[in-house]
Ligand binder design. Structure first.
Ligand code: ATP
Length: 270
């Protein structure tokens, strides 16, 4: 895969801890502009922490983050963050249209009025995620998949250059997953960079073209063809070897299939 030399995100020697135990240890990585990037790793490996630190929501112990070469506060308007669905108060008194408009507001000064053109941008975003007919509905009256799509509409209405999303596929049905994937592909075609925390290894290979693999430490940040190999997967997932076999079946990578069979045989012999 050809990689542009400019970076959407640069993370330098990042260590982050909540109490005493670091959730991220000395992480150093670059995500090129224009890629669909999946952040993967086992539960508790620091994926969400990385996103929150990139967004400036958590202060690191040491290290720094640059987004489009600058501190996040200088480029916030170019970045759209879609948090995990559970982290939102869905009883907050707003409609689907209000949420989509929030994306537009985030690009404007707090004193400017919403114009007809702004409303059109919000409506267009809702149409892209198939939620136009729900525009006047309260957000608590949506299914899980629809709630996820409202978030996407808000992100689209922001017309950002970088989209950072925390598990957008969780709790959505196959049709919604397909719709989200198509949207992501469109965004990539338009030159946007999309960074997604994703914990399903089996689909990660199909969805993304660049992979950041974490296990509190950085395991690898590389195009998927390089990232999905035995050494890195073992380093990230340790002895959860049945996962490796599953992936090899799914991605049909001969080399991976051979090596995981070997590993499984070694384990059986041991
Ligand atoms: N607010 C918090 N306070 C204390 N510890 C936290 C907090 N949030 C996360 N942690 C801890 O930090 C580590 C990394 O958590 P994080 O949520 O970043 O991992 P993750 O890879 O996103 O996990 P998952 O796949 O389960 O969503 C975990 O050990 C977690 O328990």
């Amino acid at each position: 895969m050809e990689i542009d030399s400019s970076f959407a995100i640069e993370v330098n020697n990042l260590t982050v801890s909540y109490t005493h135990k670091p959730a991220l240890w000395d992480v150093d990585l670059r995500i090129p502009e224009g890629v669909l990037c999946g952040i993967i790793g086992p539960n508790g490996s620091g994926k969400s922490t990385l996103l929150k630190t990139i967004m400036g929501l958590i202060k690191p112990d040491t290290g720094s983050v640059r987004v489009f070469g600058k501190p996040i506060d200088q480029v916030r308007m170019r970045v759209s963050y879609v948090p995990q669905r559970e982290s939102v108060d869905w009883h907050f008194p707003v409609s689907v249209m209000d949420v989509a408009l929030m994306g537009v507001y985030s690009r404007k000064s707090i004193f400017s009025k919403i114009t007809t053109a702004d409303k059109e941008i919000a409506l267009e975003a809702l149409a892209k995620v198939n939620l136009l007919e729900y525009k006047d509905r309260h957000i608590s009256q949506l299914s899980g998949g629809q709630q996820q799509r409202v978030f996407l509409a808000r992100a689209l209405a922001q017309q950002a250059d970088l989209y950072i999303m925390d598990e957008p596929f969780v709790g959505v049905d196959a049709v919604t997953e397909d719709a989200i994937l198509k949207l992501l592909q469109e965004m990539k075609k338009e030159g946007k960079t999309v960074v997604i925390v994703h914990h399903d290894l089996q689909t990660a290979y199909d969805f993304f073209d660049f992979i950041v693999m974490l296990n509190s430490r950085l395991v690898v940040a590389a195009p998927k063809e390089q990232a999905f190999n035995k050494r890195y997967l073992q380093e990230a997932y340790g002895s959860r070897l049945s996962i490796l076999s599953k992936i090899s079946e799914l991605i049909g990578a001969d080399e991976l299939k051979r090596t995981t069979t070997e590993i499984n045989r070694d384990v059986a012999d041991a």
